[in-house]
Design a protein around this ligand. Structure first.
Ligand SMILES: [Zn+2]
Length: 210
């Protein structure tokens, strides 16, 4: 089980860590890391419902329950998390938790036509709701940049394993952002109108630069 800090405020939890049900193993096919050229952002469109904010998560058990729910939420896509990673904005200390979905090395089921070249990352919550506070999104974007940089430059940890970097990640990108969003590929609200204005802040920043 791996749960570790990438940079202060940014915690990574692998499948064992969040308690992935073993009845629903990782789907997709193996993809060499050198073939990953782009990141595609989504939102899960599933609100955190126990308080006023549909995008802020209070506790780790709540996050882990949500992950196990996502394993079986879209049987039409197969019983596994369709994204490579999930991002949870934590209410406490403006933190962020990244949960492993299919991970670095398996294709996803998130964006038709780009599930092999693309790493699909979903923001957990409903980012199209009017009550989403822009400041809560904006002030966590540097943490997401740290995760993007970790994937591209340094995706290893003693409790996780030693892996090659994804050196081509981000080499394919839209003109005005470091990452794509779902609606760059399809007519959809994803990743939500409250997330979109903040995504130009994103960059692939080496974790050592923080
Ligand atoms: Zn999407």
């Amino acid at each position: 089980m791996a749960k570790f800090t990438i940079i202060p405020g940014l915690t990574f939890v692998d499948r064992k860590g969040w308690g992935a049900k073993s009845a629903f193993p990782r789907l997709g096919h193996k993809v060499p890391r050198s073939k990953r050229t782009q990141v595609i952002l989504h939102h899960t469109d599933m609100a955190d419902t126990n308080d006023a904010s549909p995008i802020l998560w209070e506790t780790l058990p709540e996050v882990y329950r949500h992950m196990r729910r996502i394993q079986t939420i879209r049987p039409d896509l197969g019983n596994d998390v369709p994204y490579n990673f999930l991002v949870f904005f934590m209410a406490k200390k403006n933190g962020m938790v990244i949960c492993e979905g299919r991970g670095e090395d398996r294709s996803g089921a998130h964006t038709k036509g780009v599930n092999t070249a693309g790493i699909g990352i979903a923001l957990a919550g409903k980012f199209d709701e009017d009550e989403v506070a822009g400041i809560e999104v904006s002030k966590r974007m540097y943490l997401l940049s740290g995760f993007l940089g970790w994937l591209r430059y340094a995706p290893s940890h003693p409790d996780y394993g030693r892996y090659p970097a994804m050196k081509n990640l981000g080499s394919v990108r839209p003109a005005d952002r470091a990452v794509f969003v779902h609606q760059d590929f399809k007519a959809t609200d994803c990743p939500g109108k409250r997330a979109l204005p903040h995504l130009a802040q994103l960059a692939f920043i080496h974790p050592n630069a923080f």
